[in-house]
Design a binder for this molecule. Sequence first.
Ligand code: HEM
Ligand code: HEM
Length: 280
Amino acid sequence: MAMENFKQFLFALSAAVSVGFVSIIFVLRWVFYFKEGLAWDGGFAEFNWHPVLIVTGFIFMQGIAIVVYRLPWTWKCSKLMMKFIHAGLNILAFIFAVISLVAVFDFHNAQIIPNMYSLHSWVGLAAVILYSLQLVLGVCIYLIPITPTYLRAAFMPLHVYSGLFIFASVIATALMGITEKLIFGLKNPKYKDSPPEANFVNVLGVLIVVFGAIILWIATRPSWKRPSEQVLRSLPTYRDGSAGTKMGTALSQQTDPIDPEGNGDARRRSGKLEDSGQVN
Ligand code: HEM
Ligand code: HEM
């Protein structure tokens, strides 16, 4: 990654991590300062686990899991190790999401509130189910070594597309959930009267959108992509930690001068790369 490009990457990454952290602080402050805190008692404090675990796990951790291959200082690490980190973070995010669903279903059952009536719950449950499918397929295709290379390659565009699609759906679901909770929860003054809690939580919603926007930006820059194993192996000194700049030279040489950013990914920019496939 050329130096200039590396600085832009660092800027985007620190922006994402900072906005993510601030979102987590906001959801905790919402729950502890404006709401009933956290408990597992069938009441509102149990419901509060739902937004807390979603923002920390299903949004923040999933976002970091998505961009983890793009960190240039990890390009000297083995692909297998990066797969374990990517899969591990996604599995952790999934566990958080499931506990958050248990909390909200348990709360509804304890309070005798019907289940699954809202658009929020429909889209949200669909996202969790698709996410579990993505996890199982990801493990079977990319971690279990028996999967043939052509299958790994064929499935990769679908894996990337569905990963980004699910991530965007999770953010849309969170916005619906936040809106519902503000409408249900604010009685006197009401949501439409803009009490401090309403403004504060609106800002939380905006932060979540900004976090999602930066993650999607990072994950769709072709020039920030982890180089294929073939390119990495062709750089004899990449293990000395200087891979970042050396890689930049290697990759920029492969860039199509007519379409330097391209619409696709780095793989398409060089016939040689496409053959080896960034598929493992
Ligand atoms: C309920 C999923 C985020 C607020 C539900 C239910 C599901 C769900 C499946 C239905 C529970 C039941 O029927 O018993 C999700 C998913 C999210 C998410 C997958 C990931 C983004 C949020 C957030 C909030 C929230 C961030 C903010 C407070 C609510 C509320 C309910 C609820 C108020 C009860 C009303 C209803 O069923 O729509 N959620 N949720 N959700 N969620 Fe979420
Ligand atoms: C790449 C999402 C689970 C293996 C990606 C990318 C996304 C994504 C968005 C593109 C990243 C990039 O272009 O830099 C997800 C989601 C998952 C999941 C949301 C969980 C629900 C898994 C699992 C594996 C896996 C369990 C198994 C090891 C890979 C591989 C790549 C990848 C090998 C290619 C990395 C590269 O370009 O070098 N994933 N993934 N994923 N994922 Fe996943």
